[in-house]
Each structure stands twice: as structure tokens, then as C-alpha cells.
Ligand binder design. Structure first.
Ligand SMILES: Nc1ncnc2c1ncn2[C@@H]1O[C@H](COP(=O)(O)OP(=O)(O)OP(=O)(O)O)[C@@H](O)[C@H]1O
Ligand SMILES: [Mg+2]
Length: 216
């Protein structure tokens, strides 16, 4: 088995010395889905931010897809798609224009792939509606499209089903399962037990900055 995400003794301390998460160890095998559960404020988002390179690690190392980073090097991992809190979109532009803009940064995909992913997440690529007028669920669908569109090896998804209606939740679960079948490795958080149960191969619980295997 190939380990795609390897978190080794990771600790996050703020400037004033408060420990947000302590000595976290977690490995995610290629092609598996691992879930993180835990109460509000337990440290799930902090951990995912460090995995994505959005927050500096204080101690320890994280290795993703063979690339290692630590407190000194804060590289952004290359083949990673992520949803962390509300992503910033260009509010006056349509959904497709936003995705095209993001895709241009890396030049990996074009309009055809973008239309395909918008279809997968249930958004109309022809709609000219600016993102500022999107509903919460539409925004979440666009965020999911943004994370998946370049077909990354690793997906880091912080509460990916937030705001989705029942059909949306079902569609997104199936979409994530289809990515797993293709070998995508997924680390996600959710407060919904059914999502966790239906999707995850393994579940861990964060409790006040510590990680333990989930009893659920
Ligand atoms: N940049 C920061 N500076 C200082 N403290 C922070 C920072 N980011 C988060 N925290 C604190 O770290 C703790 C963990 O927050 P985190 O957002 O990881 O919780 P969470 O498990 O994702 O909760 P939720 O289920 O509500 O999303 C909280 O006490 C929070 O206030
Ligand atoms: Mg959170």
C-alpha cells in the first residue's frame, strides 16, 4: 500500500504559545477516504489548513504525494484539490468564468473539462449569473467543482456537503466515490454521521487538539 498523506508529530502553536493541535500522527493510503470528526473548535480545520500549505506547521512534518514540508519550508503541495472554509470567488463573474480563471493559473485543463465538472456538480455552465447572486448550496457546488476539476491525486475537503440539498449530498457522495475508484486519496471532515459512514474507510476523532481513532 502506498501512503499518500503522512502526518508526523505535527503540532500547531500560535504566536502567543497556545497549542491548537498537538502531536498529530495520521497516514492516509492511496485511494482511500479518511474522515475527521470532532466538536466545533477541536482543531480539524487547523490540521487541514496545514496539510494544504495554508497554515505554517510549528513542529513535525507532512508528506503528500512524496513531497515533504515542515516548519521551515511551506511549499504548497502540487497535486492537491481543496475546500477549506468559504473559497474566494470573483463575485461579479459567472461560475464558468471563475473556474476558467482558476484553471488558467495552472494550465492543466480547458473549457471542455470545466463544462464536464460543472455538469457533475449540477451547475449550468451556460448560466451568466454572477457568483455574488449564488445561493449557499450553489457556492458549495462551485467550490467542489474547483477542488475536483484538475483531477488531483489528493483531495482535502473541509465540510464539503455544507449547504447542499438532499439530492446534492447524494450526488456529491457518488462523485467522491467515483474519484476514489480512480485512485484519488481523500481526507475530509463532516458533522454528518451518515456522510462519514457511507464514505469513509477510516474515521478519526479530534478532541481538543488530539487525534484518536473514532469509537463511532
Ligand atoms: N489562526 C488562528 N489563530 C489562533 N487560533 C486559531 C486560529 N485558527 C483557529 N484557531 C483556534 O483553534 C481551535 C481549533 O479551530 P478549528 O477551526 O480547527 O476547529 P474545527 O475542529 O475545525 O471546528 P468546526 O467543527 O467548528 O469547524 C479553535 O479554538 C480556534 O479558535
Ligand atoms: Mg472547521
Amino acid at each position: 500500500m502506498e501512503t499518500m498523506i503522512k502526518i508526523d508529530n505535527v503540532t500547531k502553536r500560535t504566536k502567543d504559545g497556545t497549542v491548537l493541535i498537538r502531536d498529530i500522527n495520521l497516514q492516509v493510503e492511496k485511494g482511500s477516504i479518511v474522515g475527521l470528526v470532532g466538536r466545533n473548535g477541536s482543531g480539524k480545520t487547523v490540521l487541514l489548513k496545514m496539510v494544504c500549505g495554508l497554515m505554517k506547521i510549528s513542529e513535525g512534518t507532512i508528506e503528500i504525494d512524496g513531497i515533504e514540508y515542515n516548519s521551515k519550508s511551506n511549499k504548497i503541495p502540487k497535486s492537491i484539490g481543496a475546500i477549506i472554509e468559504t473559497p474566494g470567488f470573483l463575485e461579479n463573474m459567472s461560475g464558468i468564468k471563475n473556474l476558467e480563471y482558476l484553471a488558467e493559473v495552472r494550465g492543466k485543463i480547458g473549457r471542455r473539462e470545466i463544462i464536464g465538472i460543472m455538469d457533475d456538480v449540477g451547475l449550468s455552465y451556460m448560466s451568466k449569473k454572477p457568483v455574488r447572486n449564488y445561493s449557499l448550496g450553489m457556492r458549495q457546488r462551485l467550490a467542489i467543482a474547483q477542488a475536483l476539476m484538475e483531477n488531483p491525486n489528493v483531495l482535502i475537503l473541509d465540510e464539503p456537503f455544507n449547504g447542499l440539498d438532499n439530492d446534492g449530498v447524494r450526488a456529491m457522495r457518488n462523485l467522491l466515490l467515483s474519484y476514489r475508484r480512480r485512485g484519488t486519496t481523500i481526507l475530509l471532515t463532516s458533522h454528518n454521521e451518515e456522510d462519514i459512514e457511507k464514505l469513509c474507510d477510516k474515521v478519526y476523532e479530534m478532541e481538543a487538539g488530539h487525534l484518536k481513532p473514532s469509537t463511532k
